[in-house]
Ligand binder design. Structure first.
Ligand code: GCU
Length: 601
């Protein structure tokens, strides 16, 4: 037995070493596309549903060079072309396909998308094709030529298409495949609907040839009077000047570009961003040829023992978990209005904190939440039992983490990057997640790293937090379903918690299911009274956890999951929402709100 154990450790360590070799660099994403000149490619796209991937492979399963991506047209009556986008079905972009067509409700596989668009070529600009998200795997073709691919359903990606665009008529084709695979992130099982498609917006973004590509601007770690950062310039002139201004603070500083990057530091006393006053400053970045404006908040976040400290003061995170599920109509959230509905419900609940589960939400959601003063937990979908021994799976997870941090590193509202949810303890998992945590810190040493752990072991004194992953994170999330998956609701109030770590704990999930409007005794499963009793007793339990720094119960609104078929109760919905998918508030909503409004913090 000893040899096997030794072998496992050696394997994990060698896996660990190999991973450590990775450079920690931001992705090449254009930062703050809201501020850019762009043409929207949203709207109806022509589609071809292709479960056998006939548009990609021949009958010997070899990739075709005359696949659907050619968007071929008959030139003579005798031509044999067995597809035609122009006479085909259509889907709205952005949007998942599952809720747009009854026959696509359960569809998992490939769908081809095609969009015609006109373009005027200008010699003194670059053009990028930018996708805010496509779930799960996308291969992108422009005018019949492959320009690239992307894996991961919730983070943006872009291609420089300068010189590939024609004057006048152009077309873009995507092969989108949402098949679940064991090596994917997430893997084959997940408790949310596997929405496929071009689920967020698509843009053609124009920039000057020499332009601001990325930047990071925030208080230097541990300071409240020094704003520092860097700006990267594509096609920069060595030594050129970049000017960073914050007009409201009457601050402006020049920095010179070296090897495409300019670093700077500004002494200033900004009003600090906080939930009660989510102050954002207009920041202007200028070069000889380019100018960008962003709205940035400045705050500090750290831990002190078991406390989370915002701007030097302890804060208790009164939160709620939110899936990116559209209220009233299901499907993926695709509009700022839907983001605001969800966020206003969280505001009604008395929240100052939201856990955006279980994948990066849209940039729109992050920016709206920040404007409303929400502290944010953002996470990548390293969910349940992914392939921790698979280096490709690790690279995929790390890439999604990099893209999430690259996109949102200037959002003061984001205070927590989470690397996992309910992953089973093990050597390979520990190495995999420790590497992700270290990678996140190399990219961004100002925010807190966390993970949502499974409920911990129980002895006769109660629950004991001892997962070795606790060593690698700054804040420990615990998902605890006392009263639902184990124990009776009334048994929860007595449970005591201990921790092997002197670190803040967030109860990152508690809860139970209820069908809105179903009433009965509190011992009757699925009634609002049962769910209310789960909340009452878990709140009592949490009052006794002196290292609890916050909670985000599961969750704001009922959502679609094909793991939830119970007739007349679930009907494909996970019913743990405090609000039904039709916007009806259950009794537990008011119980949690009373707790938050009374919790002085
Ligand atoms: C888990 C998981 C959620 C899931 C929930 C549930 O803790 O993190 O994604 O939906 O429990 O079982 O409802």
């Amino acid at each position: 037995m000893k040899q096997i154990g030794f072998f496992l450790i050696v394997t994990a360590l060698s896996f660990n070493t190999m991973l450590n070799a990775q450079e920690a660099e931001f992705s090449n994403l254009l930062q703050n596309i809201d501020s850019r000149e762009k043409v929207s490619l949203n709207g109806l796209w022509d589609i071809i549903i292709d479960p056998l991937e006939n548009g990609y492979y021949n009958h010997r399963l070899q990739p075709k060079d005359d696949g659907y991506f050619r968007n071929a047209k008959m030139k003579s009556p005798s031509d044999l072309i067995e597809y035609n986008f122009d006479t085909s079905l259509q889907l709205m972009v952005p949007g998942d396909w599952n809720t747009q067509m009854e026959k696509l409700y359960y569809y998992e596989g490939t769908i081809w998308y095609k969009k015609d668009f006109k373009h005027t070529v200008k010699k003194d600009e670059l053009v990028y094709l930018y996708f805010e998200a496509v779930n799960y795997e996308a291969i992108v073709y422009l005018n019949g030529e492959r320009i690239g691919s992307h894996i991961g359903g919730y983070t943006p990606f872009q291609f420089d298409v300068t010189g590939k665009l024609k004057e006048g008529d152009n077309f873009v084709v995507l092969k989108v495949d949402n098949k679940r695979k064991p090596e994917n992130v997430p893997t084959v099982n997940q408790d949310w609907w596997n929405y496929g498609g071009i689920t967020r917006a698509v843009h053609l973004i124009s920039t000057p040839v020499s332009h601001i590509s990325d930047y990071s601007i925030q208080l230097s770690k541990g300071s409240t009077n020094t704003i520092e950062g860097w700006v990267t310039i594509n096609n920069a002139t060595e030594g050129e000047t970049v000017t960073i201004s914050i007009p409201e603070l009457k601050k402006s500083v020049n920095a010179n570009v070296q090897n495409g990057k300019a670093t700077f530091s500004i002494t200033a006393k900004p009003i600090l961003w906080e939930p009660k006053n989510p102050k954002l400053y207009e920041v202007v970045i200028k070069t000889n040829t380019d100018k960008l404006t962003d709205n940035i908040g400045f705050r500090t976040i750290e831990t002190k023992g078991s406390k989370i400290v915002l701007n030097g003061k302890d804060i208790f995170l009164k939160g709620i978990c939110i899936h990116e599920e559209a209220p009233f109509k299901t499907g993926r959230v695709t509009s700022v209005e839907e983001c605001k509905i969800l966020l206003n419900w969280a505001k009604d609940l008395g929240c100052n904190f939201i856990r955006l589960a279980h994948y990066p939400h849209s940039e729109t959601m992050i920016r709206e939440a920040e404007k409303m003063g929400f502290l944010i937990w953002s996470e990548i979908p390293v969910y349940w039992t992914i392939q921790f021994e698979n280096p490709d799976t690790y690279n995929n997870a790390q890439n999604q983490l990099t893209e999430m941090i690259s996109r949102d590193k200037n959002r003061a509202g984001v205070i927590l990057w989470s690397v996992a949810n309910e992953t089973p303890e093990g050597i390979a998992r520990l190495s995999f997640l420790t590497n992700l945590a270290e990678h996140a810190r190399k990219l961004d040493n100002t925010r807190l790293i966390t993970a949502a752990l499974d409920t911990q072991s129980q002895d006769n004194e109660g629950r004991f937090i001892e997962d070795p992953l606790g060593k690698a994170v700054d804040v420990i999330g615990i998902n605890n379903y006392c009263g639902w998956y184990y124990g009776s609701p009334e048994s929860c109030a007595e449970i005591k918690w201990k921790s092997a770590y002197n670190k803040p704990m967030i109860m990152s999930e508690i809860g139970g299911g209820a069908l809105f409007g179903l009433h009965g005794e509190k011992n009757e499963r699925w009634t609002e009274e049962y769910q209310a009793d789960v909340y009452k007793n878990n709140i009592e339990m949490m009052k006794n956890i002196d290292f609890l720094a916050g909670l985000s119960p599961w969750l704001l609104m009922d959502f679609l999951s094909s793991r939830r078929p119970l007739k007349r109760i679930q009907e494909d919905f996970n019913r743990k929402g405090l609000i039904s998918e039709k916007g009806m508030k259950k009794q537990s909503f008011f119980i949690l709100r009373d707790y938050y409004l009374k919790e002085n913090n």
